[in-house]
Design a protein around this ligand. Structure first.
Ligand code: ZN
Length: 536
């Protein structure tokens, strides 16, 4: 309870804390009155009271009686009427008891102490005696009386609106599921609501849903499921807050939305930072990219490049510590890359999305195929629990994966709002994408080498992964993780227009270098030569 009060008003937090620390229980408390003077002439302020149960609205008058505290005060008579409470005044002790049903709250003039049958609570500001009329701080109602009654009273300072009673819930249910080494938690809402996640301490993730009214009884989990140990929800003023306790093994999490934004999905992933593998392709479909590509006859002359800015719309992708959104960086670099290629070459360039809009992964691949693309480049930004991770990675499609690639793949696939690539798609890949595997890996290598030499960015290597966005593309395809928005320095650079232009120019040079190399090999292939010396 004290925690709630202290966070409510930062101005008072220090004072209240000092009082708690310095004063022993029952001893006289330091009065904030010595820091702030009551302003009994403060003009009345019109407030709106909304009764959620009946929908009725009423206007009342409040006053900011404590100069500088910004705390709203209400007459005790008004409060008693609102709560349908009995008032019992002890003039000798200057003490008032408010009785709501069976529950009593006792306050004293010029004191911050509230006594209930549950114990005592210290308010951040005192009850004030205004010429014999007792005025109560709003915090008493919202933070003490409301919770004690199991009811919620909410105060919106901006609209000066006090809501009494339980409104209709908008944050409805929580469901978790185990997906291999990851655990997905689905939070179902009535409406699409804005949200934010943060990890205040290791093993704890907090999800704040703005404007959400949470059904705390239904949105929670007491037993362990996969990597999720427990989930608990609470109402924090106008927002719903869900606290997740997660397994120590979790070192990475992501969120995305589904169902038109009405479902928030938190994906917990198990990944040891220490064991982040080196970018060495392995598995049953290893590709030796130094060797001559066997499928070179399938490389068409390069005419059309499809650029796919990852995410978009309500799917924001990764979010940097200073608020940079991956979707915006992806789109900005995609546009710059198109401009560069148009200026420096005769290539056709198609973007899978032009605006900040959501598009599912199948539609992106389909758009690429319809455009008769010869190359598919998906642009993304990375994110990692450990904010020191940074650098550039380029992926090409393959069924063989390193653990790290698997983790990135799971997160990027999750953004599609669908299930991970299923067997059918895997077979499609076997039939179709196999033809392009060498070309794709070569494109990935070219991009990785070009960008890391043009820009001062660490080389995290070329990797293989089974990204869904690459599965449906009938052309050599790569996915570039241009940097980590979770790294403060890279977040700043990725959001910088000039850096975006340099990155785009470098990607463009890689595309032209790739075109030159493949054109050379094609000529040799046409000559029927076995040794494709021109490849590297
Ligand atoms: Zn992404």
């Amino acid at each position: 309870m004290k925690g709630t009060l202290m966070t409510r008003n930062i101005l008072w937090a220090g004072l209240a804390l000092a009082a708690v620390v310095c004063g022993s229980a029952g001893a006289q408390q330091t009065s904030p009155l010595q820091f702030f003077q009551p302003d009994l002439e403060a003009p009345p302020v019109a407030l709106t009271v909304h009764f959620a149960a009946t929908g009725e609205t009423r206007a009342i008058a409040g006053r900011e009686l404590l100069a500088g505290s910004r705390e709203m005060y209400l007459r005790s008579a008004t409060v008693a009427t609102l709560l349908n409470a009995g008032r019992f005044w002890d003039s000798g002790m200057r003490r008032l008891e408010l009785k709501v049903g069976q529950v009593g709250f006792t306050v004293t003039a010029d004191s911050r102490l509230v006594t209930t049958s549950e114990g005592q609570t210290l308010l951040p500001v005192p009850v004030l005696d205004n010429r014999g009329d007792l005025w109560l701080p709003l915090t008493l109602l919202v933070d003490v009386v409301g919770p004690a009654l199991g009811d919620r009273l909410r105060w919106d300072a901006q609209t000066r609106r006090l809501t009494l009673g339980v409104p209709e819930y908008t944050v409805l249910r929580l469901r978790s599921e185990i997906l291999g080494r990851a655990t997905a938690v689905h939070i179902h809402c009535r409406d699409p609501l804005g949200y934010r996640t943060e990890s205040p301490q290791p093993g704890v993730i907090e999800l704040k849903i703005y404007g959400g009214d949470v059904n705390a009884a239904a949105v929670g989990q007491t037993r362990r499921r996969g990597l999720l140990l427990s989930a608990r929800s609470r109402q924090q003023r106008d927002d719903a807050v869900i606290t997740f306790r997660v397994d120590d093994l979790v070192s990475r999490y992501r969120t995305y939305t589904a169902d038109e934004g009405r479902e928030i999905v938190l994906v917990l992933e198990e990944e040891q930072i220490a064991s982040m593998p080196a970018p060495v392709p392995r598995g049953r479909a290893q590709v030796n990219i130094d060797a001559a590509p066997r499928d070179i006859t399938h490389v068409e002359e390069l005419r059309t490049v499809v650029i796919d800015p990852g995410h978009g719309g309500h799917d924001v992708g990764a979010v940097g510590p200073h608020g940079i959104l991956e979707k915006d960086v992806n789109l900005a670099v995609a546009r710059e890359l198109r401009s560069w290629l148009k200026r420096e070459s005769d290539l056709e360039v198609v973007l899978t999305r032009e605006r900040d809009e959501h598009q599912d992964l199948a539609a992106r691949a389909e758009a690429a195929n319809l455009a008769d693309g010869d190359l598919f480049i998906s642009l993304h930004c990375n994110s990692w629990f450990n904010d020191s991770a940074h650098g550039l990675e380029t992926y090409f499609l393959s069924p063989a994966q390193s653990d790290w690639a698997k983790s990135v793949e799971a997160a990027e696939n999750a953004a599609g709002g669908g299930a991970p690539a299923d067997d059918v798609e895997f077979i499609v890949w076997e039939l179709v994408q196999n033809r392009f595997i060498s070309a794709s890996s070569h494109l990935a290598e070219t991009i990785q080498a070009q960008v890391t030499s043009d820009l001062d960015v660490p080389d995290r290597g070329v990797r293989q992964a089974g990204f869904r966005v690459l599965v449906g593309a009938y052309m050599p395809a790569v996915l570039v993780e241009m940097g980590f928005v979770s790294h403060a320095g890279e977040e700043r650079r990725l959001g910088d227009r000039r850096y975006q232009q340099r990155l785009a120019a470098s990607l463009g040079r890689a595309v032209l270098a790739y075109r030159e190399a493949t054109a050379l090999v094609e000529v040799e292939a046409d000559d029927g030569e076995e040794d494709h010396g021109g490849w590297e």
